[in-house]
Write a protein that binds this ligand. Structure first.
Ligand code: SF4
Length: 363
């Protein structure tokens, strides 16, 4: 067993002892690039997963998948059918470019970060108006499209056009930081620049599509956050780090802020529910239960408490029962009565959809 290094891994909050076993590095991945590519391709051709966006080279479908996966897990995008439903609703770039707000938000419902959906439509409009509906293939032209950063431009170039490119997402950054035993924060400008530079040196220009898919999947399944599976790793002999559980380093820690959100559950004599359509920047056009100041709802019983997270906030939603509206009550300022059937067809932010469905069934 002398070929094994056995650094001890002690999870901070656990009493159990975990041991990361990792074969010794023979040559780093850049020095041994050909062998690294061959090991990675060999593993991926046997074990790579079959995702709908890997069965197509349509840049539009690839773009949709990339944008959906920016803040949402693959299992959620696939398991809940978001990708398939979105492509059915907007089958091509022209259909998305022409989409109205309401169906667009409805198709995105549950994925959160609704600005992504609108930005995706902006990209589609630019492709239609500036490029006659055909995606450009060069990085410079892709990068000029609204909403397309270096990662997405690289992904489109590799996955849709099969051309050499460089792309770094969170999984790839972690894998490269470990392969190169990089002990600087990868979220600092200089650290990120170094990771992109190594990503460029490591990339396989002959088989860009499977190479990038393989490296990302290696990060998702083998070189995962926390404790990686180094014994199951196809490229372990090209990996320089000896304590992978400590990498990558990150400098910035986002402070989480706890907030309470007081919302009103009010019905009319026809059984309709009072909803509010948002006009603010983050969720414009989406529907939710009306949010009020705590003092305005002080006399109403709290009937539901639900927690959810959004960006750096951990929100406790407290729903207060306003009972049945008094005769003559008139909704104002974006509030509106909706029947349960109308609510089913509207786009609601996920926490509000969950609360409304529970309350419709329980009250
Ligand atoms: S799983 Fe990650 S840390 Fe472990 S050997 Fe493979 S690349 Fe290195």
């Amino acid at each position: 067993m002398d070929f094994l290094q056995c650094p001890l891994y002690l999870p901070r909050k656990s009493r159990s002892i975990r041991v990361v076993l990792k074969p010794r590095c023979e040559k780093d991945a850049i020095e041994g690039r050909a062998g690294f590519h061959s090991a990675l391709h060999g593993w991926f051709s046997k074990h790579g997963r079959d995702y709908p966006w890997r069965r197509t080279t349509d840049p539009y479908q690839i773009l949709v998948s990339e944008v959906m996966l920016q803040q949402t897990q693959i299992a959620t995008v696939l398991g809940k059918g978001y990708f398939t439903r979105f492509i059915e609703a907007f089958p091509d770039v022209a259909a998305l470019a022409a989409a109205e707000d309401a169906p667009l938000l409805k198709a995105w419902e549950g994925l959160g970060y609704y600005r992504r959906a609108r930005m995706l439509r902006e990209t589609a409009r630019a492709v239609v108006h500036l490029h006659g509906g055909r995606f450009p293939e060069e990085i410079e032209d892709l990068g000029k499209l609204p909403g397309i950063g270096p990662y997405t431009a690289g992904a489109l170039r590799a996955f849709a056009f099969g051309k050499p490119s460089v792309l770094v997402d969170g999984n790839v950054a972690r894998v490269i930081a470990r392969l190169m035993d990089f002990n600087e924060p990868i979220d600092a400008t200089s650290g990120l620049r170094q990771i992109w530079s190594w990503a460029g040196e490591l990339a396989d220009p002959r088989k860009p599509r499977p190479y990038h898919a393989a490296l990302m999947e290696l990060g998702q399944r083998i070189c995962r956050p926390g404790v990686p599976d180094c014994l199951g790793c196809p490229v372990s002999r090209f990996c320089r780090c000896s304590a992978p559980e400590n990498l990558p380093l990150k400098g910035r820690k986002t402070a989480i802020t706890e907030v309470d959100e007081h919302v009103l559950w009010l019905r009319d004599r026809k059984g309709r529910v009072l909803l509010h359509q948002e006009a603010g920047a983050r969720r414009t056009g989406l529907w939710k239960l009306p949010v009020r100041k705590e003092s305005e709802l002080a006399g109403f019983a709290e009937i539901l408490k639900q927690r959810y997270g959004i960006t750096r906030f951990r929100v406790t939603m407290r729903v207060h029962d306003g009972g049945v509206a008094a005769p003559g009550f008139q909704p104002v300022d974006g509030d509106s009565w909706k029947t349960p059937e109308e609510i089913a067809a509207l786009a609601l932010a996920a926490p509000f959809r969950k609360a409304v469905e529970r309350l419709l069934h329980e009250i």
